[in-house]
Write a protein that binds this ligand. Structure first.
Ligand SMILES: Cc1cc2nc3c(=O)[nH]c(=O)nc-3n(C[C@H](O)[C@H](O)[C@H](O)COP(=O)(O)OP(=O)(O)OC[C@H]3O[C@@H](n4cnc5c(N)ncnc54)[C@H](O)[C@@H]3O)c2cc1C
Length: 421
């Protein structure tokens, strides 16, 4: 039995199958396991997660159980622990804070109303129409963009021009706190991978199946299996880099093309000292430039170190990938100097992600794009010919875009195989 992909979905499937005495081999294109959970060891005293950081909602979340089993060190961060800086760099006053809160509620209500309309449209169009965009002042537009970027684009990773008003938030979640792993998500990944046969540096190019077997090609290697679990990211399926023979069914192809693959990029900046208020987890900047450097996480509290993490999502998240590291840092520092003054030091070191360009992800996580429907995730998850089984975050209708969604999809695919074999 073969599992393609050693991310959370693949590891969950492989582990569940191996526990039931199936002979399982996992193949992954990268030189490391974990996929979009990827802990960098560039800073030996501070493991940094370049992909997922959080367990979102720890109550009833299967990842909480796993983390507890291995006694992983976790740390609660909270959106309530946040400060917002205005375009001039000063913390916003109570009036602006109240305005933002009202606007956020207003936008959510307009979206809710539009979810009952006869036709779907993008989240952006819904909001612009409802608010009378052309009549808004520049400051009002900046506030709308701020809410749309922080509450929609950073969470769902698609641009609000692409997010479906009907379906962008279709799905489920777990309650409770959000926690990060002090030793990196790798802690969980390594525990799941223990004892599994995993071959890294094996990019798969071709998956050919008949009624009897599946042949998977990676370079000059050929692997034959009774069953294959495909956990390739939606971005990779979209790219056509992996050829299926015969071609995948029409409804699966439609799902692959219609669902969105979004972008969320991270930029870790390590400074000589902490120059920001260290009691907050989240620092936000009400940027006059739509979506640019508005969300920051301070790692001062969890790590005690002078590290800031800047996020960019959707369009700007994609745009920075075209920039050099030096240009990205210069652009980040321009925002930080607006907020914290010209005297702040330059970073000593940086770590920057480019998930859209990553050939084994082509994006950060999936979203429900205008023109897609939640059923398409079920189509993506359906087995083909009782030989190919599908998992991965994008196949999870309830928990797409998350690590727990990927994990649960892997368990689901393993169960399907066991029921079939
Ligand atoms: C920046 C960022 C931040 C995120 N933050 C969070 C968060 O805080 N909390 C959360 O819950 N989720 C978060 N997510 C989403 C989460 O990381 C993913 O939903 C989840 O890790 C996906 O797991 P997966 O197994 O479906 O896919 P992957 O982890 O991508 O696994 C697929 C595997 O397939 C391999 N592969 C690709 N192409 C080939 C090929 N041709 N041949 C062989 N192997 C191949 C890849 O190398 C990869 O290892 C974030 C993602 C990103 C990028």
């Amino acid at each position: 039995m073969l599992v393609l992909g050693a991310g959370m979905a693949g590891l969950a499937a492989a582990r569940a199958l191996a526990q039931q005495d199936y002979d399982v081999t996992v193949l992954d294109a990268r030189d490391h396991i974990g996929g979009r959970t990827w802990t960098s060891r560039q800073w030996p005293d501070a493991p940094m997660d370049l992909g997922a950081s959080w367990i979102h909602g720890i109550e009833g979340n299967p990842l909480t159980t796993l983390a507890e089993e291995i006694e992983a060190r976790t740390f609660v961060t909270s959106y309530d622990s946040s400060i917002v800086y205005g375009p001039d760099g000063e913390p916003i006053d109570e009036r602006t804070e109240a305005q933002l809160e009202r606007l956020s509620e207003e936008i959510a209500e307009h979206i809710l109303t539009a979810q009952d309309a006869d036709n779907d449209q993008s989240v952006r169009r819904t909001v612009e129409r409802a608010l009378g965009w052309s009549r808004l002042s520049a400051a009002e537009k900046a506030r709308v963009n701020f809410v749309l970027s922080s509450e929609y684009e950073h969470e769902y990773s698609g641009s609000t021009e692409e997010l479906s008003t009907y379906w962008f938030d279709d799905g489920d979640g777990f309650d409770g706190d959000d926690v990060i792993f002090l030793d990196g998500y790798e802690t969980l990944v390594d525990a799941l991978a223990e004892g599994l046969r995993i071959q890294t540096n094996h990019p798969v190019q071709r998956i050919a199946w008949t009624e009897d077997q599946v042949v998977v090609t990676s370079g000059t290697d050929r692997f034959t299996a009774d069953y294959v679990v495909v956990t390739l990211p939606l971005g990779v399926l979209k790219s056509g880099d992996v050829v299926f023979e015969p071609a995948l069914p029409r409804n699966k192809q439609r799902a692959i093309s219609a669902l969105g693959m979004g972008v969320l990029n991270k930029c870790y900046l390590r400074f000589p000292s902490i120059f920001w208020p260290e009691e907050f987890d989240w620092l936000a900047y009400l940027t006059p430039n739509r979506g640019q450097w508005q969300e920051w996480v301070s790692l001062a509290r969890p790590t005690g170190l002078p590290i800031l993490l800047g996020f960019n999502a959707a369009d700007y998240g994609r745009a920075i990938e075209e920039m050099s590291d030096a240009e990205i840092v210069a652009s980040a520092m321009q925002t930080l100097r607006t907020v914290f003054g010209d005297d702040i030091p330059d970073p000593e070191d940086v770590q920057i992600t480019r998930w859209a360009a990553d050939p084994f992800a082509f994006g950060s996580y999936s979203f429900n794009a205008l023109g897609s429907t939640p059923e398409m995730r079920d189509h993506l998850a359906e087995p083909v010919g009782d030989r190919l089984f599908f998992a991965g975050e994008a196949t999870s209708r309830a928990y797409f875009a998350t690590v727990h969604g990927a994990y649960l999809s892997g368990l689901r695919a393993a169960e399907e195989i066991v029921a079939q074999a």
